[in-house]
Design a protein around this ligand. Structure first.
Ligand code: NAP
Length: 420
């Protein structure tokens, strides 16, 4: 099968390297020939040696080539990727893409056209890089009723949080170091503000429950608010702070979705996922709990997922239905998480502050399980409370009642807790 590729950057380069060195891999690989590659800059040096004649700066030449049966889209961004993918499908070509933004925002449109044209669309690399989570949800766990997906799906934020914990540094220096070491983009907003994780969660929800979610429906909070004080308190309480993307079936079959930093109990498997690694913890009936762990980004891991998609399409594996489903339902979405919470509050150094606050919280049935207080360098009282399990809205009502107290200064942080 002749394939074309849109892009030859980090991921495309990794894909080409695998295709150019098939020995010891799938016996199907030698049947795949990379015959056209679109890039922006023909003069750029590449880490893979391909015949000069296959390059073009005109992506249309790839999708118009009648000999190409499958197009790999690894150029990124929404446009022109969306238009090119739709045109390639119109011309009857199968699509493999690593583009999470494209699938999260335009998946339904792309799947509908692909179904109409009878072509496959595969996007294993779009979520958690080298971890085969899409195939796992579609195929290996197909017998299960999925209850929850909880993932560390953004390596940049996981690296920053791990550095803050290891080195005792605050968020800003940890981010600066992550940029210098290439773990974060020069413009890191999509990662640190949770947008990238929300896009991946939307894709997981689509595959896991057949539910179409628009990213703005997902409550999304990044890691900018995490201070070294929170990391230290979490350690003292036997937790580790992680940015989690969570989808959970709640009562009345509504789906609770959020991307938020959590205090994760050190005994939970997700607590030990460090640096740029990703992991996805799944709960299903009857399988119970399981976790997939691996590299969520990088040329090799991501290319592994892209090439496995190509192989699935080329092999036309009857066990793996790569033809798209289009019968997605709209979800009843809730952002109303129910959990224990960690509160870090600042007050004047008043002997009655901690008692007054816990009493006020109790008036709303928010029961403190533990209370710690310390004097800050600025002479304020820092009160850290772990609550019993409550709805977030109940907690918010209780918090509103304490901000009016005369000695109250600031809600420094509120984070949900994931117990083991
Ligand atoms: N990097 C990762 O670890 C990773 C992990 C998971 C998913 N992804 C996804 O994979 C996709 C690719 O990421 P990447 O890191 O490989 O990006 P990248 O390194 O920036 O590479 C993009 C490639 O696309 C080419 N390109 C961009 N716009 C083009 C245009 N208009 N016409 C022709 N060629 C164009 C570029 O050409 P030039 O080389 O000439 O500039 C480059 O080769 C993205 O959707 C990303 O979200 C990446």
């Amino acid at each position: 099968m002749k394939i074309g590729m849109l892009g030859l950057g980090t991921v495309g380069g990794g894909v080409a390297q695998i295709l150019e060195s098939p020995s010891g891999r799938s016996p199907l690989l030698p049947e795949i020939k990379l015959s056209r590659v679109a890039v922006r800059d023909l003069a750029k040096s590449r880490n893979v040696c391909l015949p000069q004649g296959i390059f073009t700066t005109q992506p249309e030449e790839v999708i118009d080539d009648p000999k190409i049966a499958l197009v790999v889209e690894v150029m990124g961004g929404i446009e022109p990727a969306r238009t090119l993918v739709l045109k390639a499908i119109e011309r009857g070509k199968h699509i493999v893409t690593a583009n999470k933004s494209l699938i999260a925002a335009h998946g339904s449109e792309i799947f509908a056209l692909a179904k109409d044209k009878g072509v496959c669309i595969a996007f294993e690399a779009a979520v958690a890089g080298g971890i085969p989570i899409i195939q796992c949800l579609k195929q290996s766990l197909g017998a299960n009723r999925l209850r929850a997906i909880t993932g560390i799906v953004n390596g940049t934020t996981n690296y920053i949080l791990a550095q803050m914990s290891r080195e005792g540094v605050d968020f800003e220096p940890a981010l600066k170091e992550a940029i210098e070491k290439g773990f974060a983009e020069a413009n890191p907003s999509a990662d640190i503000d949770g947008i990238d994780a929300a896009e991946k969660l939307a894709i997981l929800t689509l595959i896991g429950w057949n539910l179409k979610i628009d990213c703005p429906q997902i409550f999304t909070q990044g890691i900018r608010s995490i201070k070294q004080r929170d990391i230290e308190y979490a350690k003292r309480l036997n937790y580790t702070i992680k940015l989690l993307a969570t989808a959970r079936i709640e009562e009345k079959n509504s789906l609770c979705l959020h991307v938020q930093p959590h205090l994760v109990a050190n005994s939970h498997p997700l607590a030990s996922v460090n640096d740029a690694f990703n992991a996805i913890f799944l709960e299903g009936e009857p399988v119970g709990s399981l976790m997939l762990y691996g590299k969520g980004a990088g040329a090799g891991a991501t290319a592994s997922a892209v090439v496995s998609d190509i192989l699935n399409i080329v092999g036309n594996s009857s066990a793996f239905p790569v033809l798209p489903t289009t019968s997605f339902q709209s979800a009843t979405c809730s952002q109303e998480a129910h959990s224990h919470f960690y509160l870090r509050l600042l007050t004047d150094n008043s002997p009655t502050a901690a008692g007054g606050i816990t009493w006020s919280l109790g008036m709303f049935n928010v029961v403190p399980l533990s209370v710690q207080q310390n004097l800050t360098q600025e002479g304020l009282l820092e009160i850290v409370i772990v609550t019993q399990s409550v709805f977030r809205s109940t907690l918010d009502n209780a918090i509103r009642s304490i901000v009016g107290l005369p000695y109250f200064k600031e809600v420094a942080n509120i984070l949900p807790i994931l117990e083991a």
